[in-house]
Design a binder for this molecule. Sequence first.
Ligand code: CU
Ligand code: ZN
Length: 366
Amino acid sequence: MRAAVLEEFGAPLVVQEVELAEPRAGEVLVRVVACGVCHTDLYTASGADPTGYAPAVLGHEGAGVVERVGEGVSSVAVGDHVVTLFSPQCRECIHCLDPRTNLCLAIREQQNVGHLPDGTTRLSRGGEPLRHFMGTSTFAEYTVMPEIALARINPDAPLAHACLFACGLSTGLGAAINTAEVQAGTTCVIFGAGIVGLGAVAGCRLQGAERIVCVDLSDQRLALAAGQGATDLVRGGGDAVAAILEMTGGLGADYTFEATGRVEVMGQAVEAARMGWGMATMCGVAGKGRTLDIVPRLLITGRRVTGSSFGGIKGRDQVPALLERSLAGEIDVEPLVSHRLSLEEVNRGFDLMHAQDGIRSVIDLS
Ligand code: CU
Ligand code: ZN
């Protein structure tokens, strides 16, 4: 099959022929139909992530169709439409059994080093193993993944939309719905109008927030935020907190969300949360070694700071439900797809991200 391989950090991905073995027990062969190009792929490809590994097939925002199942697989069948989950849900570990977290413990160690749960790879090239990125490796025509990392979805959902629920969009939606549990009638502020921030805007709207303020540096992205339900738009920068305090009678917002990954902006999200009960939710992934400074007085006076990975979403249960809401017209996904690319054009997806051109590039493998 064709796949985009990270050969060398800092160099473009190389699209080439690689081998993919049959699924083993508990594994599923998926034909990838659509895959978003996410910042985490770029971050790993650049070499900035010290835990990255190569050679590996990148890609983790995938959606496709089940082609074959290994022994013992019972939750998906041939022909099912699925979304790939870099954050799996085994439904058995202590975290899966607890409603407070989505951080499944089942396959973490092997996934972190690019192996499938049995400690081997299905990907190879000329007999040399190739590692699986984030347990997904969806910059490819096919992938083999553990059953616990696939969400079975309604086949009516366009797969080019469904793939965005594999990472960015769900992360933002979940931050508002699961992590902050935004209450109706409240004021929310979202810093950053990339796909995660836009998802958070939509999540706040679905929760019934009365006022949704979006902060970003780009007028184009702010316009998209308005389309997702933002009621107020603020140009980002050093004055953003002052602007928010002014809009909220000097008190700040009930909920704030950070979706840029910049620690300076995380600080603003804490400062823009109101005393008494304001909750600041961190969604962005900060650079390695960066720290967040918080004046303790802000906490003593009742602000809370939290965060989540993948929006706290238990993927097999909640991704299909979120997709249903998009099919019902509650979440407008199409404006988030700014470019459609072929697998051969995957590096252009990275270039577009560097240029901050558009929200999401989706690779079409159909
Ligand atoms: Cu991602
Ligand atoms: Zn688990």
